[in-house]
Design a protein around this ligand. Structure first.
Ligand code: UDX
Length: 442
């Protein structure tokens, strides 16, 4: 099929590359000329395992092309995916100006039947706005042309985006146009294990499904984070409780890890946006508002523990920080708990020496000129002269570290672990003071 993808951000680039991988002819459009130049030269603007290979392979086969030419992009695809950004407004609602502008650009140029597909995470009702923008552009040209609007939310996880796209749990298609439904079904047929995994529904339900999924997952995390505080207070171990409840198939084992708060480009934004659009529809989401405030509080938990141990004045103290990205497998610093912690520690007078296997360049961009923050070349180098090690991201290489090096390089053998990577009993044996989340300190 001939496909255009508007927007070469995270979702757009993964979508374009993975659709080309199955033999479709994909043209990706972005107005950022530097980005298109980079992509045409075989470079990738984000860190995502496996993506570079897929992009290069398909670009070499001429199935995947990049352009800034809007006329060419609209002419190319029968399927027009809109995967542009929907950044939050000040009030938390999703800013739809780029989505609507993309729809308008299609309406201004199309000459035959198009399926316009919302891939961006957009509030319920956006499909009406997309339709209206295209209708208005066609009316201004004085032409009548058939087109369909489809909602096809993306559920991929950063760090596993290619695998998630190539083997999705489910594909959600919101549509009311039979021809578009058939095209979408055949587009996704090679990706799903069986066709029951393609869920066709009305547009609004499809749009809502994306927010509901992310809000449910965020709720599980905040719930466990809240329980972790209780566990600490009563002397229980949240890790054992997690296993105890997760073995009930009604609860399930995933997304039950207490930690130092969720971050990233989706959960914080989507939770806010759903609260906001519910409120516009006259519905107050009490539970979800609490999910958000529990998470804000949880991002402070490591700082609280450090201050409880060292006192509020941290001047003269130095902390080694392992992990900057909001989760492993990505260099994404958006809403990362590490940022909240670094701001807190440095504001209290401490110095922070941070190490992350891939996110340090991105961190420099996200926190330019951050006072009191330095970067180390390796995990062990970060420990030198530090009063304690603080773990914020659960990169694999942090899971079985050289404990002797930790003990001998730190000024005091002291670890604050925001991701519960180690067994308190082992730390006790090793003579390392250990503070985790919702677990007994050793
Ligand atoms: C999420 C959704 O999982 C994905 O389906 C959607 O398309 C986009 O949003 P992503 O933001 O890439 O994906 O990351 P995810 O792996 O879901 O983790 C989100 C945050 O939750 C991370 O900060 C992670 O550390 C945290 N988390 C996750 C926990 O604190 N505990 C858990 O048990 C799971």
């Amino acid at each position: 099929m001939k496909i255009t993808v508007v927007g070469t951000g995270y979702v757009g680039l993964v979508t374009g590359a993975c659709l080309a991988e199955m033999g479709n002819h994909v043209l990706c459009l972005d107005l950022d000329a530097r980005k298109i130049e980079m992509l045409n030269a075989g470079g990738i603007p984000i860190h995502e395992p496996g993506l570079e290979e897929v992009v290069q392979r398909n670009a070499a086969a001429k199935r995947l092309e990049f352009t800034t030419d809007v006329d060419r992009a609209v002419a190319h695809g029968t399927l027009q995916f809109i995967a542009v950004g929907t950044p939050p407004d000040e009030d938390g609602s999703a800013d739809l100006q780029y989505v609507v502008a993309a729809a308008r650009a299609i309406g201004e140029r199309m000459t035959d039947y198009k399926v316009v597909i919302d891939k961006s995470t957009v509030p319920v009702g956006t499909s009406d706005k997309v339709r209206a923008a295209i209708d208005a552009a066609l009316a201004a040209r004085g032409v009548t042309l058939e087109f369909a609007v489809v909602s096809n939310p993306e559920f991929l996880k950063e760090g596993a985006a290619v695998a998630d796209f190539m083997r999705p749990d489910r594909v959600v298609i919101g549509a009311d146009d039979e021809r578009a439904i058939l095209l979408m079904r055949s587009l996704y047929a090679p990706y799903v294990r069986n066709r029951d995994r393609v869920l066709v529904m009305d547009l609004k339900s499809a749009e809502f499904t994306k927010y509901a999924a992310n809000s449910m997952l965020a709720t599980r995390i905040s719930f466990m984070n809240e329980l972790s505080r209780v566990a600490e207070a009563v002397g229980a171990d949240i890790e054992l409780v997690r296993q105890g409840i997760g073995s009930d198939p009604r609860i399930g084992t995933q997304f039950l890890y207490a930690g130092c708060g969720y971050g990233g480009s989706c959960f914080p934004k989507d939770v806010k946006a759903l609260i906001r659009s519910a409120s516009e529809a006259g519905q107050e989401l009490e539970l979800l508002s609490a999910v958000e405030s529990v998470n804000e509080r949880q991002k402070q938990v490591l700082g609280d523990k450090i201050i409880a141990r060292f006192g509020a004045d941290l001047s003269g103290r130095r902390f080694a920080l392992w992990g900057l990205a909001f989760k492993p497998g990505t260099d994404d610093m958006r809403e990362a708990p590490s940022r909240v912690l670094i701001e807190r520690l440095t504001a209290a007078g401490a110095e922070v020496t941070a190490y992350d296997p891939v996110a340090m360049a991105e961190a420099r961009r996200a926190m330019p000129g951050q006072a009191g923050l330095r970067y180390a070349d390796s995990a062990v180098a970060a420990l030198e002269g530090a009063d304690a090690l603080v773990i914020v991201t659960e990169w694999k290489e942090f899971r079985s570290p050289d404990f002797d090096a930790i003990r001998s390089t730190l000024r005091t053998p002291l670890v604050f672990d925001g991701r519960n990577l180690f067994e308190p009993a082992l730390m006790k044996q090793l003579g390392i003071e250990y503070h985790a989340i919702g677990r007994p300190s050793a």
